[in-house]
Design a protein around this ligand. Structure first.
Ligand SMILES: Nc1ncnc2c1ncn2[C@@H]1O[C@H](COP(=O)(O)OP(=O)(O)OP(=O)(O)O)[C@@H](O)[C@H]1O
Ligand SMILES: [Mg+2]
Length: 148
């Protein structure tokens, strides 16, 4: 488990950018931490690190946004509105959580995790990230890698 302290949105974005530069195909990054904690800021930085130039916004209504044109396809999911694992599967999002054909960042991964385990598929690597508010502009970003 690694802990990174961010003191600004720019620092959170830069962490995401570094992850995007290093990301291998099949990586799934699950983000949790509550409303407005900085998940989309991290996701947008990651997109930039992949070389995605499009604007990245919370896909709360679309459920998933796909961005091509970077080094790898980037899939940005938001599970906020889906209460149960069954709903996530019914929405067709399960393939993104196991071995995406690119890199997937999943906001509100706790929606998926609360109903069971999330074992990495063969060849898949996942990073679980928890962001906590530690002050107005301070965030504690804890993450751990599984699989790979
Ligand atoms: N260190 C920081 N890192 C990230 N965001 C920060 C930081 N300090 C302040 N902020 C602010 O917190 C907010 C984070 O918004 P963001 O949309 O990324 O949250 P979110 O976790 O995606 O929320 P939601 O659950 O609604 O999708 C922004 O307004 C950002 O400017
Ligand atoms: Mg968001």
């Amino acid at each position: 488990m690694v802990t990174f302290i961010s003191h600004s949105p720019a620092q959170t974005s830069a962490l995401g950018e570094q992850w995007g530069r290093e990301a291998q195909p099949g990586l799934v990054i699950g983000l949790s931490g509550g409303l407005g904690v900085g998940k989309t800021v991290l996701a947008a930085g990651l997109a930039r690190g992949l070389g995605v130039t499009a604007r990245v916004q919370s896909p709360t209504f679309a459920l998933v946004n796909e961005h091509r044109g970077g080094r790898l396809p980037f899939f940005h999911l938001d599970l906020y509105r889906l209460a149960l694992r069954q709903d996530i599967i019914a929405a067709g999002l399960e393939p993104y959580l196991f071995k995406p054909a690119g890199v997937a960042v999943v906001e509100w991964i706790e929606r998926w995790l609360k109903d069971g385990p999330w074992p990495p598929a063969p060849g898949m690597k996942m990073r679980r990230v928890e962001i906590k508010t530690a002050g107005e502009n301070d965030r504690e970003i804890c993450y751990e890698d599984f699989g790979g």
